[in-house]
Write a protein that binds this ligand. Sequence first.
Ligand SMILES: Cc1cc2nc3c(=O)[nH]c(=O)nc-3n(C[C@H](O)[C@H](O)[C@H](O)COP(=O)(O)OP(=O)(O)OC[C@H]3O[C@@H](n4cnc5c(N)ncnc54)[C@H](O)[C@@H]3O)c2cc1C
Length: 413
Amino acid sequence: MVNRSIAFPMPQDLQDVLDGLERFVQTEVIEVHEANLELLEDVRLRFGPDGAYSPEVVALIRRIRMASAEAGYFNLAVPESLGGGGMGDLAYFAAWERIYHLCGGRRWLAQFAISHWAFGPSAVLERVTDRAREEILPGMMAGETMMCFGMSEPDAGSDATMIRTRAEPDGDGWRLSGRKIWTTHVPIAEWMIALAVTNPERAKARRGGISAFLVPTNAEGFTLDRVIGMWGEPGGSEAESVLDGVRVEPWQLVGELDEGFAIGLLGVSLGRIYNTARSVGLSRWAIEQSVAYAMQRQAFGKPISEYQGVAFPLAESATDIHAAHLLGCNAAMLLDSGHRAIKELSMAKTFAVRAAVKAVDRAMQTHGAMGFTNELGLTEAYHVLRVINVADGTNEILNRTIFQRLAAGDTEL
Ligand SMILES: Cc1cc2nc3c(=O)[nH]c(=O)nc-3n(C[C@H](O)[C@H](O)[C@H](O)COP(=O)(O)OP(=O)(O)OC[C@H]3O[C@@H](n4cnc5c(N)ncnc54)[C@H](O)[C@@H]3O)c2cc1C
C-alpha cells in the first residue's frame, strides 16, 4: 500500500517490510481477534477478578509477540547491536501507523504486534549491563517475556524530579522502597525498569540523582497493589505497585548511576514517535470509515456526504492528519539522522493526539447513533486517543518543552 499523497515515499526496503507486516497483522492480529471475539471484547472474560488480563488473554498477547518475533517483525526497529533489525525510527513510525490503520479501534491486541519501547526490546536496552543482556534479552527478543516502565508515582507525574522511591545502599547494591502508579502492563510483565533516587541531594537540586534499575516483578518485596480501572471498565492495563526493600545488584543498573532520566528521555522519544503514529493510524481508519458511511447514508433525499455540515469537518480532519503524518515522519527522520529533535517530537505528538481526538469525535458524529456502538470501535479509539493527551507527556508539558526550546534560540520552524 503506497501512500501517493506523500512526495517522499518510504524507501523500498521499508515498503516491502510494511507490506509483509500488513499480511502478518491480517492473520495474527485481526483474524486472531475475530476468532477470540468474546474473550477479547467481553470485559467479564477479558479481565480476571483482580482486574488484570485473564490468563487466556495473557496467552494470546504472548502468542502475538512470539509470532511477530518468529516472522521477523517484532524487533524491526531494535538496534542491530541487540540483535534487532536496526531499521530505525522512520520504520518504527511507519510500522505503528500501518498497524493501527489496519486494526482500528477494536483490535486492541495491535499494541503487541511489534515491540514497544516500554514493554520490549528497543535502544533503551543498549544501556543495560552485559549480565542483564544475558538474563533478559533472549526472552524479550523472542517475545516470550516483557517489561514495563515505572517512572510515575502518586506524587510525581509531569514533574518526575519529585520521585520518592529510594534506592538505599546495601552492600554492593541497593534496596528499593517506594510506590509506582499508572505503570502500563506491570500486572503481566516479568521485568520493570524502575526509577529511584540514588542521590537525594542531587535529586532535590533537580540535578540528576535518580537512577534506573531493572527489577523482576516477582522479586521479594515487589507487590502489585491494585489494577486501576478506567473509563468504567472493571479492569485495565495500568496498575499501582509497591517496592518494599527490593534488593538490586550492580548488574541491574540501567545506564549511568544518578542519570536515570537519560533512560527516561530516550524512552519517551520513542514513545512520542509511537503515539504520533498511533494517532495518525487510528485517525486514518476513522476518517475512511466516515467517508464510506457518509456516502451511503441517506437523509432528506440524498447521501449525508452532500451536506457541507458533514463533509467539511471530515475534510478538516483529513488535513490535520496529513499534517500530523508529515510531522511524525519528519521527527522520526531527524532522530534517524542523529538529532535529538526535542521540539519536533513534542510538536508532532501534541499536534497528532489533539487532531486524532477531534477526528474520531467527528467520525462518531458522522455515524449518528451508530458511532457509539461497540461493533464500530470508534469509542475504543476515542478512549485510547483521549488518554494519550495525558500519557507520555501531557499536551501542556509538551507545549512547555516547545517554548523552552524556542526561548533557548531553537526557533527554526
Ligand atoms: C493510560 C496511561 C498510561 C500511563 N503509563 C505509564 C507508564 O507505563 N509508566 C509511567 O511511569 N507512567 C505512566 N503514565 C503516567 C503519565 O506519565 C502521567 O499521567 C503524566 O506524566 C502526567 O502526570 P499526572 O497524571 O500526575 O498529571 P500532573 O503532573 O499532576 O498534571 C495534572 C495537570 O496539570 C498540568 N500541568 C502540570 N505541570 C504543568 C506546567 N508546568 N504547565 C502547565 N500545565 C501543567 C498537566 O498538563 C495536567 O493537565 C500513564 C498515564 C496514563 C494516563
